[in-house]
Design a protein around this ligand. Structure first.
Ligand code: ADP
Length: 633
């Protein structure tokens, strides 16, 4: 339902046969609706308060006019959005649309509480249990996506408004981040420890039972010997019975230890079976993993294979997605004791589809030296990947949207030129005055313009696709050029100059070109916006964005510097936070830098920002690709 311009919420509710609850508060909140905040209001849309609904009211521009979208939320949906046991989420909920921007929800926690409190008990029950959403996305398994020191929980579309997404953000304290890293290590170490104990104990108990069998055999022989020799020495008999007593005690103690071992094993099996992860062990020889010696039964749940199938030779290496194979092999090469290795890649499910997994492995030093075993866990991360892709795509679309007027302008020029050339040609043809010498250069000019226009369009088309390729060694200069090709028309239109300085050439990094282009475009758009804000306050010095390509010992370095007003010291620490923006809704989503930060981090690099009175500088450092990868490129 959409509010008519100038229609009050109360009028809207009454047109739907209901009324606004908590009227004074909600009304006051709703006028004037000129700022960018979305609001959560309580509505009664049914007769006689039998039907309490909450609505999300989002400012929305339609045909150039301000207007509002009212999405009715079920009470349980509301609950699912605003509360997580033990945490209050209200301050951190956003609704986002690539076209309209990001809207923070207003704080209405106490308001909502009072309203829910004023419902009849039976309704309260349905208002706070069973998280059912108006969208068909299953939110019960919260999707988390790490963005520097925050996580976005539950990204997903609103069913009635397909281009809108709802996201809540939860800050992660640095201590939590550190602890989480530590936890994973501890977890791997714990599992490795339990395995080792198990292994050791079973070897010991095998050895011990062999000894016991031998001793009891000798005891039996001795008894026989005694029976045949009635006059044998009394002391000797006593000794034998003493030995057999000791044997009995030892046997009982071994029995107990075996029991403890069995219960250990049961516990381990239970962990392996019920945790939503696969636990495995591999033999390691000369730093390379060889055969899997154990894989937990949860393999079947996650990937459809039985444990016997998982243990067959080459099962793992042949199940890796071909595009991820080289990366994966490189990640698990040169295994050294005491180190932790990890990679994100795709594994083939028995049904043929691929599942995104996070695989982490640590090698345990053993007493025997040469013989080593690695223990690892595999987690299913496909949901996280899907939500990451959604965010990346929405940021890309927002960037393309920001460049559309420049591109349209760029395409219009050759079109005008072609139009003039064509009409000129036609006129001369009609008059029978075709002079090829004069026209060929003109036509060549037309062709050159068409080629440039189609190069821009092709680059935008490639950029706009959701990419499924694998990273490879790329020449960063080419990527910088591709990003400039896309951004240049808009920058020209805005009077901003893009200058490139190549201090070192032929620098290769391992990356997906489109991802790096996305980062560069975000930086260019931000720089251009910053320059504009300086123009807005009357400073008309020419805008300039300088891109420097360089390298140091281990990294490729790309610097994007602008001569805008710089970043104020109170803003600087926040710019990489998701949804942080100082721009009006249609210009900023607040996602650009946090996504760029994530992209660069995933490539093993760092993205940093510096600011001075001369402007802002963003520095990208990426590890150089190794020689073999460059040869393949
Ligand atoms: P958005 O551009 O949508 O606001 P970003 O995450 O890309 O989101 O940027 C966050 C904020 O960082 C911007 O709103 C702006 O205040 C600041 N910022 C980013 N780049 C620059 C720059 N080159 N100069 C000044 N401020 C910048």
């Amino acid at each position: 339902a959409v509010l008519a311009p100038n229609q009050s919420l109360a009028a809207f509710a009454s047109a739907e046969g209901g009324s606004v609850i908590g009227a004074t508060r909600a009304k006051a909140d709703l006028s004037p609706l000129t700022d960018k905040r979305a609001r959560l209001v309580a509505l009664n849309l049914g007769p006689a308060r039998s039907n309490v609904d909450f609505a999300l009211v989002v400012p929305h521009v339609r045909n150039g006019k301000a207007d509002y979208i009212v999405a009715i939320l079920r009470p349980a949906t509301l609950h699912d959005l605003v509360e997580i046991p033990g945490q209050h989420f209200m301050d951190n909920i956003f609704v986002i649309s690539p076209a309209q921007g990001t809207f923070a929800l207003t704080h209405v926690t106490t308001n909502v509480r009072t309203l829910v409190g004023s419902m009849p008990q039976s309704q309260q029950a349905t208002a706070v249990t069973k998280p059912v959403l108006i969208s068909d996305v299953d939110y019960r398994r919260a999707i988390t996506y790490d963005l520097r020191d925050s996580q976005i929980v539950r990204v997903g579309p609103i069913a009635a408004l397909p281009e809108w997404q709802v996201a809540s953000v939860l800050p992660l304290a640095p201590a939590v981040l550190k602890a989480r890293k530590g936890q994973l290590l501890q977890f791997v170490a714990l599992i490795a420890f339990v395995f080792l104990i198990g292994l050791l104990a079973s070897r010991m108990s095998k050895k011990a039972s062999k000894i016991l069998r031998r001793v009891s055999q000798s005891a039996a022989d001795l008894t026989q010997f005694e029976a045949g020799q009635p006059a044998s020495d009394q002391i000797f008999i006593e000794e034998v019975s003493e030995i057999s007593g000791t044997i009995a005690i030892a046997a009982a103690s071994f029995g107990r230890e075996r029991g403890a071992l069995a219960s250990y094993q049961r516990r381990l099996n239970s962990i392996a079976q019920h945790a939503p992860i696969i636990v495995y062990a591999v033999d390691v020889a000369n730093g390379e993993g060889t055969d899997m010696t154990y894989v937990s039964p949860s393999l079947e749940q996650m990937l459809g294979y039985s444990t016997a199938e998982g243990l067959t030779e080459k099962w793992w290496s042949s199940s890796i997605h071909p595009d991820d194979y080289d990366y994966c092999m490189a990640a698990f090469r040169h295994l050294e004791p005491g180190k932790v290795y990890a990679a994100e890649y795709r594994l083939r499910h028995k049904n043929g589809s691929y599942v995104w997994v996070y695989d982490t492995l640590s090698v345990e030093p053993t007493a025997q030296g040469a013989e080593q075993e690695a223990v690892g866990i595999i987690m299913d991360i496909s949901e996280r990947k899907a939500s990451e892709d959604q965010l990346l795509q929405s940021d890309k679309m927002a960037s393309l949207g920001r460049m559309i007027s420049g591109t349209a302008h760029e395409l219009n020029q050759p079109l005008n030129f072609i139009k003039m050339a064509a009409s000129n040609l036609r006129e001369n043809a009609v008059r029978g005055r075709l002079d090829a010498e004069k026209f060929i250069p003109k036509l060549e000019n037309v062709l050159a313009q068409v080629e440039r226009a189609s190069a821009i369009l092709l680059q935008m088309r490639i950029f706009g696709r959701t990419s499924k390729e694998a990273p490879s060694a790329i020449n960063i200069q080419h990527t910088v050029e591709a990003a400039i090709l896309m951004a240049e028309p808009q920058m020209e239109l805005d009077g901003t100059q893009l200058i490139t300085e190549v201090k070192a050439s032929d620098i290769y990094v391992r990356a997906l070109p489109v991802m790096l282009e996305q980062v560069l475009l975000n930086l260019f758009i931000n720089a251009n916006d910053a320059i504009h804000s300086r123009h807005d306050v009357g400073d008309s010095a020419e805008g300039e964005i300088k891109i420097t390509i360089d390298r140091n010992e281990r990294s490729a370095v790309i610097i994007v510097a602008d001569n805008g007003p710089g970043i104020p010291p109170d803003v600087l620490p926040k710019i990489f936070e998701p949804f942080f923006t100082t721009k009006p809704p249609k210009e900023g989503t607040g996602l650009g830098l946090s996504i760029s930060y994530g992209i660069i981090r995933d490539m093993g690099g760092v993205l940093r920002a510096k600011s001075s009175r001369k402007g802002a500088r963003f520095i990208i450092e990426l590890p150089l690709a190794d020689a073999t990868a460059i040869e393949a490129a």
